[in-house]
Design a binder for this molecule. Structure first.
Ligand SMILES: NC(=O)c1ccc[n+]([C@@H]2O[C@H](COP(=O)([O-])OP(=O)(O)OC[C@H]3O[C@@H](n4cnc5c(N)ncnc54)[C@H](O)[C@@H]3O)[C@@H](O)[C@H]2O)c1
Length: 274
């Protein structure tokens, strides 16, 4: 029988994940989502046919898996209010919150709980997500397999052995859709400056991004080789890529990844003091 999965918080991330689970054949009767606002839950009941609750403790009462999907800033209060229910039930806890460590979450929920931390990203909304997962000492193999099933319903999954590596996952996947959107914005602006209608520039740039990503995923060659395949000697691409390299693009990405990871750590430390 399928595990009962309850999502605490029914926003973007939660709905992406339970939407993906249902599309992959997970029984909707085994899924519950909570939010204090029933007006927000009503369309989810309608669209997905899942159970909903405005009371988090009622949501946890029958759960085998509790997915924490509220903003990190309110997580302490949400966990503290669910402590008794989670201690009674001892479900698997899966958190998608940025920064908050497994130790912090376990402590807020009263201790002695299997906790999996997950760092997903928004392309999960279209089934093309990328998630990093880390399990604490109390998680067993069957629980790891449940978390893999949940997150593979919306994309790919990479497990990490050390929790600190979730900061790197945040830098290259959790936050990274925004970097690609920035590149699309910049290419569109450049196309417009060079005379293209904005809509054409966007379509061309986005389709190119999609095609380039597909070629890397197909695995025929690594990205550096695929890049060289586009660069005819003394041609147009070589001129553009040399400009990007000389302007320090690689160093800029490295620094962006470093500040991103540092902010994840900082959020965990700041919020974890509670
Ligand atoms: N958005 C991203 O790119 C992204 C990526 C990775 C991880 N995350 C993490 O996912 C989590 C959720 O982010 P989101 O983008 O889905 O946010 P969101 O604002 O879309 O969803 C949060 C939900 O929490 C609900 N909520 C508020 N108070 C609550 C309470 N007391 N009890 C139960 N539910 C309550 C709200 O109704 C809302 O539906 C965050 O912790 C964030 O760090 C987000």
């Amino acid at each position: 029988m399928a595990s009962n999965v309850t999502f605490i918080g029914a926003g973007n991330m939660a709905s992406a994940i339970f939407g993906g689970m249902i599309e992959s054949g997970y029984p909707r009767e085994a899924i519950t989502a909570t939010s204090p606002d029933d007006a927000m839950l009503a369309p989810l009941r309608e669209r997905y046919g899942i159970h909903t609750e405005t009371d988090n403790n009622a949501g946890v009462a029958n759960a085998d898996v509790v997915v924490l999907a509220v903003k990190p800033q309110i997580m302490h209060d949400v966990c503290a209010a669910m402590r008794d229910a989670t201690q009674d039930r001892k479900p698997l806890i899966v958190s998608v919150a940025a920064g908050l460590t497994a130790e912090t979450l376990e402590r807020w929920l009263g201790g002695d709980l299997p906790v999996i931390r997950c760092m997903p990203n928004t392309p999960s909304l279209v089934g093309s997500g990328a998630s990093g997962l880390y399990a604490n000492r109390l998680v067993d193999d069957s629980q790891k397999s449940i978390a893999t099933t949940l997150m593979e319903s919306v994309g790919i999954v990479e497990w990490v052995d050390e929790e600190v590596l979730l900061e790197a996952v945040t830098a290259v996947a959790g936050s990274a859709p925004a970097y690609f959107y920035l590149v699309f914005e910049a290419l569109e602006e450049a196309g417009v400056k060079l005379g293209l209608p904005a809509e054409s520039a966007r379509r061309l740039a986005v389709q190119t991004g999609l095609g380039a990503a597909r070629m890397v995923q197909q695995g025929d060659a690594d990205p550096a080789q695929l890049r060289r395949n586009v660069m005819s000697p003394n041609g147009t691409t070589e001129r553009a890529v040399t400009h990007l390299e000389e302007a320090g693009l690689r160093q800029i990405f490295l620094e962006a990844a470093e500040v991103c990871a540092a902010r994840a750590r900082e959020m965990g430390e700041e919020l974890g003091k509670q």
